[in-house]
Design a protein around this ligand. Structure first.
Ligand code: OSB
Ligand code: MG
Length: 374
Protein backbone atom coordinates (compact mmCIF):
# COMPACT_ATOMS: atom_id res chain seq x y z
CA UNK A 1 0.00 0.00 0.00
CA UNK A 2 0.89 3.63 -0.25
CA UNK A 3 -0.40 6.58 1.76
CA UNK A 4 -2.14 9.02 -0.53
CA UNK A 5 -3.42 11.80 1.71
CA UNK A 6 -3.74 12.86 5.33
CA UNK A 7 -5.99 15.29 7.13
CA UNK A 8 -5.75 16.75 10.60
CA UNK A 9 -8.63 17.83 12.82
CA UNK A 10 -7.68 19.77 15.97
CA UNK A 11 -10.26 19.10 18.69
CA UNK A 12 -10.73 20.67 22.13
CA UNK A 13 -12.87 18.76 24.62
CA UNK A 14 -13.79 20.25 28.03
CA UNK A 15 -12.80 17.91 30.90
CA UNK A 16 -15.57 17.03 33.37
CA UNK A 17 -13.19 17.86 36.21
CA UNK A 18 -9.86 19.62 35.96
CA UNK A 19 -6.75 17.43 35.97
CA UNK A 20 -3.99 18.89 38.14
CA UNK A 21 -0.55 17.32 38.27
CA UNK A 22 2.85 18.63 39.29
CA UNK A 23 3.39 19.49 35.62
CA UNK A 24 0.10 20.98 34.47
CA UNK A 25 -3.48 21.91 35.32
CA UNK A 26 -5.81 20.93 32.51
CA UNK A 27 -9.42 22.03 32.10
CA UNK A 28 -9.65 20.96 28.48
CA UNK A 29 -8.01 18.24 26.44
CA UNK A 30 -6.69 19.36 23.09
CA UNK A 31 -5.85 16.60 20.63
CA UNK A 32 -5.66 16.28 16.87
CA UNK A 33 -7.51 13.52 15.08
CA UNK A 34 -5.51 12.23 12.14
CA UNK A 35 -7.09 10.53 9.15
CA UNK A 36 -4.85 8.63 6.76
CA UNK A 37 -6.06 7.40 3.37
CA UNK A 38 -4.27 4.92 1.12
CA UNK A 39 -4.13 4.02 -2.56
CA UNK A 40 -6.18 0.90 -1.74
CA UNK A 41 -9.08 3.15 -0.70
CA UNK A 42 -8.82 2.34 3.00
CA UNK A 43 -8.77 5.03 5.64
CA UNK A 44 -7.66 4.89 9.26
CA UNK A 45 -7.79 7.12 12.33
CA UNK A 46 -5.12 8.10 14.80
CA UNK A 47 -4.92 10.58 17.66
CA UNK A 48 -2.11 13.02 18.25
CA UNK A 49 -1.67 12.93 22.03
CA UNK A 50 0.81 15.74 22.66
CA UNK A 51 -0.45 18.33 25.14
CA UNK A 52 -0.98 22.01 24.37
CA UNK A 53 2.18 22.93 26.28
CA UNK A 54 5.51 21.06 26.60
CA UNK A 55 5.09 20.23 30.30
CA UNK A 56 4.80 16.44 30.15
CA UNK A 57 7.01 15.84 27.10
CA UNK A 58 8.76 18.24 24.71
CA UNK A 59 6.21 17.91 21.92
CA UNK A 60 3.15 20.13 21.76
CA UNK A 61 0.04 19.91 19.59
CA UNK A 62 1.44 22.71 17.42
CA UNK A 63 4.95 21.26 16.99
CA UNK A 64 3.64 17.76 16.35
CA UNK A 65 1.13 18.92 13.72
CA UNK A 66 3.93 20.81 12.03
CA UNK A 67 6.14 17.72 12.21
CA UNK A 68 3.45 15.67 10.49
CA UNK A 69 2.93 18.28 7.78
CA UNK A 70 6.54 19.24 7.10
CA UNK A 71 8.52 16.07 7.83
CA UNK A 72 6.31 12.99 7.94
CA UNK A 73 4.16 13.71 4.87
CA UNK A 74 7.19 14.33 2.56
CA UNK A 75 8.73 11.05 3.79
CA UNK A 76 5.65 9.18 2.63
CA UNK A 77 5.92 10.19 -1.02
CA UNK A 78 6.33 7.03 -3.11
CA UNK A 79 6.80 4.93 0.04
CA UNK A 80 5.36 1.48 -0.61
CA UNK A 81 4.78 -0.90 2.29
CA UNK A 82 2.76 -3.90 3.31
CA UNK A 83 2.93 -3.83 7.13
CA UNK A 84 2.62 -1.06 9.74
CA UNK A 85 6.00 -2.15 11.11
CA UNK A 86 7.64 -1.05 7.85
CA UNK A 87 6.13 2.40 8.23
CA UNK A 88 7.42 2.61 11.81
CA UNK A 89 10.91 1.75 10.59
CA UNK A 90 10.63 4.27 7.78
CA UNK A 91 9.65 7.06 10.20
CA UNK A 92 12.55 6.23 12.51
CA UNK A 93 14.83 8.50 10.46
CA UNK A 94 13.04 11.34 12.26
CA UNK A 95 14.64 11.82 15.66
CA UNK A 96 12.28 12.11 18.63
CA UNK A 97 8.83 13.50 17.90
CA UNK A 98 7.36 10.20 19.07
CA UNK A 99 3.78 11.45 19.38
CA UNK A 100 3.70 12.88 15.86
CA UNK A 101 4.96 9.56 14.48
CA UNK A 102 2.59 7.53 16.68
CA UNK A 103 -0.47 9.45 15.48
CA UNK A 104 0.19 8.55 11.84
CA UNK A 105 1.36 5.02 12.64
CA UNK A 106 -1.78 4.28 14.70
CA UNK A 107 -3.99 5.33 11.79
CA UNK A 108 -2.04 2.90 9.61
CA UNK A 109 -2.49 0.06 12.15
CA UNK A 110 -6.21 0.88 12.10
CA UNK A 111 -6.50 0.61 8.33
CA UNK A 112 -4.18 -2.40 8.20
CA UNK A 113 -6.38 -4.26 10.72
CA UNK A 114 -9.42 -3.27 8.64
CA UNK A 115 -7.74 -4.74 5.56
CA UNK A 116 -7.29 -8.00 7.50
CA UNK A 117 -10.93 -7.79 8.63
CA UNK A 118 -9.73 -8.12 12.20
CA UNK A 119 -9.91 -5.95 15.28
CA UNK A 120 -6.72 -4.12 16.18
CA UNK A 121 -6.69 -6.17 19.40
CA UNK A 122 -6.71 -9.41 17.35
CA UNK A 123 -3.92 -8.16 15.08
CA UNK A 124 -1.70 -7.14 18.00
CA UNK A 125 -2.35 -10.44 19.76
CA UNK A 126 -1.43 -12.30 16.60
CA UNK A 127 1.91 -10.48 16.52
CA UNK A 128 2.71 -11.86 20.00
CA UNK A 129 1.02 -15.19 19.35
CA UNK A 130 -1.43 -14.78 22.20
CA UNK A 131 -5.21 -14.36 22.49
CA UNK A 132 -6.63 -10.93 23.25
CA UNK A 133 -8.93 -10.51 26.24
CA UNK A 134 -12.41 -9.14 25.57
CA UNK A 135 -12.86 -7.27 28.83
CA UNK A 136 -10.17 -5.71 30.96
CA UNK A 137 -10.13 -4.38 34.50
CA UNK A 138 -9.11 -0.73 34.62
CA UNK A 139 -8.18 1.97 37.12
CA UNK A 140 -8.47 5.71 37.60
CA UNK A 141 -5.79 8.38 37.82
CA UNK A 142 -7.02 11.20 40.08
CA UNK A 143 -5.58 14.69 39.71
CA UNK A 144 -4.66 16.72 42.77
CA UNK A 145 -7.77 17.69 44.76
CA UNK A 146 -8.43 20.90 46.74
CA UNK A 147 -8.94 19.03 50.01
CA UNK A 148 -8.48 15.59 51.50
CA UNK A 149 -12.26 15.29 51.98
CA UNK A 150 -12.88 15.90 48.30
CA UNK A 151 -10.22 13.35 47.46
CA UNK A 152 -11.76 10.71 49.75
CA UNK A 153 -15.16 11.38 48.21
CA UNK A 154 -13.77 10.98 44.70
CA UNK A 155 -12.04 7.73 45.58
CA UNK A 156 -15.25 6.36 47.10
CA UNK A 157 -17.20 7.39 44.00
CA UNK A 158 -14.81 5.60 41.67
CA UNK A 159 -14.69 2.51 43.88
CA UNK A 160 -18.50 2.43 43.91
CA UNK A 161 -18.40 2.53 40.12
CA UNK A 162 -16.14 -0.53 40.22
CA UNK A 163 -12.69 0.79 39.32
CA UNK A 164 -10.02 -1.69 40.29
CA UNK A 165 -7.09 0.55 41.17
CA UNK A 166 -6.54 4.16 42.15
CA UNK A 167 -3.58 6.36 41.22
CA UNK A 168 -3.10 9.61 43.12
CA UNK A 169 -1.22 12.52 41.61
CA UNK A 170 1.13 14.07 44.12
CA UNK A 171 2.92 17.33 43.55
CA UNK A 172 5.40 17.20 46.43
CA UNK A 173 6.14 16.46 50.07
CA UNK A 174 3.08 18.41 51.25
CA UNK A 175 0.74 15.72 49.91
CA UNK A 176 2.32 12.74 51.57
CA UNK A 177 0.14 13.16 54.65
CA UNK A 178 -2.85 13.01 52.34
CA UNK A 179 -1.70 9.71 50.85
CA UNK A 180 -1.18 8.38 54.40
CA UNK A 181 -4.73 9.46 55.21
CA UNK A 182 -6.11 7.72 52.12
CA UNK A 183 -4.26 4.53 53.02
CA UNK A 184 -5.71 4.66 56.55
CA UNK A 185 -9.24 5.00 55.17
CA UNK A 186 -8.75 2.34 52.45
CA UNK A 187 -6.33 -0.22 53.89
CA UNK A 188 -6.88 -2.81 51.15
CA UNK A 189 -7.14 -0.55 48.13
CA UNK A 190 -4.90 -1.21 45.12
CA UNK A 191 -3.28 2.20 45.45
CA UNK A 192 -0.32 3.94 43.81
CA UNK A 193 1.01 7.46 43.41
CA UNK A 194 2.39 9.39 40.45
CA UNK A 195 4.69 12.32 41.25
CA UNK A 196 5.33 13.42 37.65
CA UNK A 197 8.97 14.18 38.58
CA UNK A 198 8.06 16.34 41.61
CA UNK A 199 10.77 14.99 43.97
CA UNK A 200 14.52 15.09 44.29
CA UNK A 201 16.71 12.60 46.15
CA UNK A 202 17.16 15.14 48.96
CA UNK A 203 13.55 14.36 49.85
CA UNK A 204 14.35 10.73 50.64
CA UNK A 205 12.76 10.91 54.13
CA UNK A 206 9.43 11.86 52.54
CA UNK A 207 9.76 9.10 49.96
CA UNK A 208 10.46 6.63 52.79
CA UNK A 209 7.10 7.59 54.30
CA UNK A 210 5.47 6.63 51.00
CA UNK A 211 7.42 3.39 51.12
CA UNK A 212 5.54 2.38 54.30
CA UNK A 213 2.10 2.62 52.69
CA UNK A 214 2.06 -0.66 50.79
CA UNK A 215 1.62 1.11 47.45
CA UNK A 216 1.49 -0.92 44.24
CA UNK A 217 4.21 1.37 42.89
CA UNK A 218 5.55 4.93 42.92
CA UNK A 219 5.45 6.41 39.42
CA UNK A 220 8.08 8.85 38.17
CA UNK A 221 9.25 10.32 41.49
CA UNK A 222 12.41 11.99 40.10
CA UNK A 223 13.52 14.02 37.08
CA UNK A 224 12.29 13.13 33.63
CA UNK A 225 15.69 12.51 32.07
CA UNK A 226 17.32 10.80 35.03
CA UNK A 227 17.97 7.06 35.28
CA UNK A 228 20.87 7.06 37.75
CA UNK A 229 19.11 8.76 40.63
CA UNK A 230 16.04 6.61 40.13
CA UNK A 231 18.37 3.62 40.49
CA UNK A 232 19.77 5.06 43.75
CA UNK A 233 16.25 5.58 45.00
CA UNK A 234 15.00 2.14 43.95
CA UNK A 235 17.85 0.59 45.95
CA UNK A 236 16.64 2.33 49.08
CA UNK A 237 12.92 1.59 48.79
CA UNK A 238 10.89 -1.60 49.03
CA UNK A 239 8.12 -0.26 46.80
CA UNK A 240 8.61 -0.69 43.05
CA UNK A 241 9.37 2.45 41.13
CA UNK A 242 7.64 2.90 37.77
CA UNK A 243 8.98 5.10 34.97
CA UNK A 244 6.76 7.16 32.70
CA UNK A 245 8.34 10.43 31.48
CA UNK A 246 11.77 8.77 31.02
CA UNK A 247 10.59 6.23 28.48
CA UNK A 248 10.55 7.16 24.77
CA UNK A 249 11.46 3.78 23.38
CA UNK A 250 12.97 0.35 23.89
CA UNK A 251 16.47 1.70 24.58
CA UNK A 252 15.15 3.70 27.53
CA UNK A 253 13.46 0.62 28.96
CA UNK A 254 16.72 -1.32 28.54
CA UNK A 255 18.58 1.48 30.34
CA UNK A 256 16.08 1.37 33.20
CA UNK A 257 16.31 -2.41 33.48
CA UNK A 258 20.11 -2.48 33.26
CA UNK A 259 20.60 0.28 35.82
CA UNK A 260 17.72 -1.06 37.96
CA UNK A 261 16.11 2.38 37.88
CA UNK A 262 12.63 0.89 38.18
CA UNK A 263 10.74 -2.39 38.35
CA UNK A 264 7.74 -1.24 36.33
CA UNK A 265 7.07 0.67 33.13
CA UNK A 266 4.05 2.83 32.40
CA UNK A 267 3.67 2.17 28.67
CA UNK A 268 1.99 4.76 26.48
CA UNK A 269 2.00 3.98 22.80
CA UNK A 270 2.08 7.67 21.86
CA UNK A 271 5.09 8.44 24.05
CA UNK A 272 7.15 5.62 22.51
CA UNK A 273 6.38 6.47 18.88
CA UNK A 274 3.58 4.01 18.17
CA UNK A 275 2.42 0.42 18.38
CA UNK A 276 5.42 -1.19 16.67
CA UNK A 277 7.78 0.19 19.31
CA UNK A 278 5.20 -0.64 21.96
CA UNK A 279 5.15 -4.32 20.96
CA UNK A 280 8.95 -4.46 21.08
CA UNK A 281 8.87 -3.02 24.61
CA UNK A 282 6.17 -5.44 25.70
CA UNK A 283 8.22 -8.41 24.50
CA UNK A 284 11.38 -7.08 26.13
CA UNK A 285 9.60 -6.53 29.47
CA UNK A 286 8.15 -10.01 29.32
CA UNK A 287 11.60 -11.47 28.76
CA UNK A 288 13.15 -9.39 31.53
CA UNK A 289 10.21 -10.10 33.85
CA UNK A 290 9.64 -6.44 34.46
CA UNK A 291 6.11 -5.20 35.10
CA UNK A 292 4.64 -3.30 32.17
CA UNK A 293 1.19 -1.76 32.20
CA UNK A 294 -0.90 0.51 30.02
CA UNK A 295 -0.88 4.20 30.88
CA UNK A 296 -3.16 6.91 29.57
CA UNK A 297 -3.08 10.52 28.42
CA UNK A 298 -6.70 11.62 28.78
CA UNK A 299 -7.37 10.30 25.28
CA UNK A 300 -10.59 10.80 23.36
CA UNK A 301 -12.42 7.69 22.14
CA UNK A 302 -10.01 7.20 19.23
CA UNK A 303 -6.87 7.05 21.38
CA UNK A 304 -8.75 5.10 24.04
CA UNK A 305 -9.69 2.42 21.48
CA UNK A 306 -6.00 1.98 20.61
CA UNK A 307 -5.10 1.74 24.31
CA UNK A 308 -7.80 -0.88 24.87
CA UNK A 309 -6.53 -2.95 21.95
CA UNK A 310 -3.06 -2.85 23.50
CA UNK A 311 -4.29 -3.52 27.02
CA UNK A 312 -6.23 -6.56 25.77
CA UNK A 313 -2.91 -8.42 25.48
CA UNK A 314 -3.00 -10.97 28.31
CA UNK A 315 0.38 -9.87 29.64
CA UNK A 316 -1.15 -6.62 30.94
CA UNK A 317 -2.43 -7.75 34.32
CA UNK A 318 -2.11 -4.51 36.27
CA UNK A 319 -5.25 -2.34 35.76
CA UNK A 320 -4.33 0.46 33.36
CA UNK A 321 -5.00 4.21 33.31
CA UNK A 322 -7.89 3.64 30.91
CA UNK A 323 -11.13 4.83 32.43
CA UNK A 324 -14.61 5.04 30.90
CA UNK A 325 -15.27 8.01 28.59
CA UNK A 326 -17.58 9.68 31.15
CA UNK A 327 -14.74 9.93 33.64
CA UNK A 328 -13.17 12.51 31.30
CA UNK A 329 -15.70 14.04 28.91
CA UNK A 330 -19.42 14.73 28.74
CA UNK A 331 -19.25 14.46 24.96
CA UNK A 332 -16.73 12.18 23.25
CA UNK A 333 -15.78 12.21 19.56
CA UNK A 334 -16.93 8.61 19.02
CA UNK A 335 -20.42 7.24 18.61
CA UNK A 336 -20.47 4.75 21.47
CA UNK A 337 -18.48 6.10 24.41
CA UNK A 338 -16.69 3.46 26.49
CA UNK A 339 -18.76 2.46 29.50
CA UNK A 340 -17.64 0.68 32.64
CA UNK A 341 -19.06 -2.84 32.95
CA UNK A 342 -19.35 -4.98 36.08
CA UNK A 343 -16.14 -5.40 38.00
CA UNK A 344 -14.60 -2.17 36.73
CA UNK A 345 -14.09 -3.55 33.25
CA UNK A 346 -14.06 -2.00 29.81
CA UNK A 347 -14.95 -3.97 26.72
CA UNK A 348 -12.37 -4.08 23.95
CA UNK A 349 -13.87 -3.17 20.54
CA UNK A 350 -14.19 -6.26 18.36
CA UNK A 351 -15.12 -4.62 15.05
CA UNK A 352 -12.45 -4.38 12.34
CA UNK A 353 -9.62 -1.91 13.00
CA UNK A 354 -9.85 0.41 15.99
CA UNK A 355 -13.55 -0.43 16.03
CA UNK A 356 -14.83 3.08 16.73
CA UNK A 357 -16.72 5.58 14.56
CA UNK A 358 -16.69 9.36 14.85
CA UNK A 359 -20.00 11.02 15.70
CA UNK A 360 -21.81 12.87 12.91
CA UNK A 361 -20.55 16.13 14.40
CA UNK A 362 -16.88 15.12 14.26
CA UNK A 363 -17.27 13.36 10.92
CA UNK A 364 -18.61 16.66 9.59
CA UNK A 365 -15.74 18.63 11.11
CA UNK A 366 -13.22 16.18 9.68
CA UNK A 367 -14.83 16.46 6.25
CA UNK A 368 -14.27 20.24 6.38
CA UNK A 369 -10.49 19.81 6.71
CA UNK A 370 -8.46 19.94 3.54
CA UNK A 371 -6.53 16.82 2.59
CA UNK A 372 -2.77 17.11 2.54
CA UNK A 373 -1.62 15.24 -0.55
CA UNK A 374 1.34 12.88 -0.21
O1 OSB B 1 1.58 10.95 34.22
O2 OSB B 1 0.43 9.27 33.67
C1 OSB B 1 0.60 10.48 33.67
C2 OSB B 1 -2.38 12.24 32.09
C3 OSB B 1 -1.74 13.17 31.34
C4 OSB B 1 -0.38 13.24 31.36
C5 OSB B 1 0.35 12.37 32.14
C6 OSB B 1 -0.28 11.42 32.90
C7 OSB B 1 -1.68 11.37 32.89
C8 OSB B 1 -2.48 10.47 33.69
C9 OSB B 1 -3.88 10.26 33.22
O3 OSB B 1 -2.11 9.99 34.74
C10 OSB B 1 -4.27 8.87 32.96
C11 OSB B 1 -5.57 8.79 32.20
O4 OSB B 1 -5.59 9.03 30.99
O5 OSB B 1 -6.59 8.51 32.83
MG1 MG C 1 2.68 9.32 34.91
Amino acid sequence: MQIKKIRLLPVTLPLISSFKTSEDNLNTREVTLVQVSTTTGLSGLGELEAFAHPTYTAETQATARQMIQQEIVPLLTDFQFALPEELSQHLAVIQGNQMAKAAVETAVWDLYAQSQQKSLAAVLAQRLQVRPRRQIAVGVSIGQQPSVDQLLQKIQLYLNQGYQRIKLKITGVAEIAMVEHVRQQFPKLNLMVDANSAFTLTELPALRRLDKLNLAMIEQPLATDDFVQHAHLQKQLTTSLCLDENIFGLADVATAVTLKSARAINLKLARVGGLTNTLAIVQYCQKQRIEVWCGGMLETGVGRAANLALDSLPLFTFPGDISASDRYFSEDVIQKPFELAQGGRLTVPDQAGLGVNLTAKYLGKMAEQTWIGV
